[in-house]
Design a protein around this ligand. Structure first.
Ligand SMILES: *Cc1c(COP(=O)(O)O)cnc(C)c1O
Length: 241
């Protein structure tokens, strides 16, 4: 399968998921996750109409993003989806237009500070650890709806993040656990959607975006309200990592 054919299939799958739940496919942005793949593959995806790309490592993005931008006349949106070490935070805003992986207050504060110095606001999503897995990054959100202490701590962190002058918090992001049957991911996605609604209500802000769903689970994520799906392997094939 070519990259173009894969993209067509992913778009059809998104459209079918939207149809099942009465959503419009225009509400869902496909972010093609190009990590580990060279600029040539990204250019093939651009030819097939994709304008949003996700990368997870600053070092890789530093070479690839300028190269791709130079080789296309399209205006692309680059999404940072991977863990950001604090000492690498400065390198992120010049490369990326959206950061999905703001996973702690300290990182949010650093990115904000930098934007204040250079001017402008950075679009970000707050990564939530919904499943509670120790291996996952994100603000601690497991149990937020039932455990008062979890909720209080999370609300305090989000409140401070929302107050940062250099960030524009567009919504929430999560990664579902790896499971055998994608249906098992559904509770994580419904939980993130509920958390988004609760935070938006508490703080009186709009949090329009939900970044959720990857190759193995994006149809379920779309059914549960994803506005950004991050799809790698279904577009570019398996990675040699
Ligand atoms: C790699 C990655 C993806 C894409 O994963 P696939 O399974 O290849 O679709 C999505 N989100 C994040 C955070 C990733 O690191």
């Amino acid at each position: 399968m070519t990259v173009a054919a894969n993209i067509q299939l992913v778009r059809a799958t998104i459209a079918a998921a939207c149809l099942r739940v009465g959503r419009s496919p225009t509400e869902v942005t496909l972010v093609a996750v190009s990590k580990t793949h060279p600029a040539e593959r990204v250019l093939e995806a651009i030819e097939a109409g994709v304008q949003h790309f996700g990368e997870n490592r600053v070092e890789e993005a530093e070479g690839k993003i300028p190269e791709v931008n130079q080789r296309t006349s399209d205006t692309l949106t680059w999404h940072m989806i991977g863990h950001i070490q604090s000492r690498k935070a400065r390198q992120v805003p010049p490369l990326f237009q959206v950061v999905h992986s703001v996973d702690r207050l300290k990182l949010a504060a650093r990115l904000s500070q930098q934007m204040v110095e250079t001017g402008g606001r950075l679009d970000v999503l707050l990564e939530m650890n919904i499943s509670g897995e120790a291996s996952k990054g994100g603000f601690q959100a497991a149990g937020w709806s039932g455990e008062a202490a979890v909720r209080a701590a999370l609300w305090a962190e989000v409140e401070q993040t929302l107050a940062l002058p250099g960030l524009h918090v567009r919504g929430l992001m999560t990664m579902a656990p790896i499971v055998d049957d994608m249906e098992q991911t559904r509770p994580v996605f419904t939980n993130l959607a509920a958390l988004r609604a609760a935070l938006a209500d508490s703080f009186g802000v709009e949090l329009p975006d939900l970044s959720m769903g990857m190759t193995d689970d994006y149809p379920v994520a779309v059914e549960e309200g994803a506005t950004l799906v991050r799809v790698g392997r279904a577009i570019f094939g398996t990675r040699e990592e």
